[in-house]
Design a protein around this ligand. Sequence first.
Ligand code: FES
Length: 319
Amino acid sequence: MVERTLTVRVARIRRETPEILSFELAHPWGRELPGFEAGAHIDVKMPGGFARQYSLARAPGVGGACDRYLIGVKREGASRGGSASMHERVREGDLLPISAPRNTFPVQAGGRRHLLLAGGIGMTPLLAMAQHLARQGADFELCVFARSREHLAFAEALTAPELAPHVRLHLDDGAEKIDLKALLREHAGGTHLYVCGPAGFMNAVRKAAAHWPDDAVHAEYFASPNDSSVPAGKAFSLRLTQRGFSVPVAADQTAVDALHDFGIDIPVSCEQGLCGTCVVPAEGESAEHRDFCLTGAERQHKVALCCSRAREQELVIHL
Ligand code: FES
């Protein structure tokens, strides 16, 4: 589902690598687009009825202002249709429905230093974050991992004068290498780590940073690391504190589906715990959190209803 839809015009399509196209999206009548913060993503509805989330790869201007959104779309070998549709059926001048930007991967404002690790197409949110940090004069480093120079997307942005001094490259086929273990061996207080990339890359980074404090590590997944749809569990009761009643959730049902049966619609998008669309306020301790988008601190008072379940018999949400 694409919520709060707006329509944009595909202003420019550019080939970044053999597998990645970038799309610049503009307001159809040249107006400004809704503002956002670096790290945000949008849902894009594309020909064929597919809807996918894409991170915004260029930081907005002052105050979040923006006249074009930039996204990168990698054509997946095992595409379920979304990336193939963007690559084959979308052309410059086409109109596409999109959602307003949402941010579940923000820059940590109080951080003393920021380490951004990007694998392949995972560079998109981190590129916007790096541009934002550069404008702030922040202490940061953007480490980009790619197979080769040919597979390096947004190369022009990486060599821009404000970013270039902060960028380190790791090319699988080249002399430029980054030793992940050495990079993450020490955690200096106040340093935040941000990671986005394919599952293998994410796992390698999380393993190398396993000793970092939970709240210093921020990950944006674009596919469920479980490689499956959201697993079911046992039946439980969903207590809605503001409405003052409970809803039964069957073992093979999600909380979102159970609420829908009671006439309460929770907006969803990825339905895999990735995007944060279905997050609601909750007694976090009553939840068995199965999402990949909330931080440890957020899980104390929020829950993603598309995937999470009750820790015991009851999940308490503040709706
Ligand atoms: S719908 Fe994406 S996290 Fe629940």
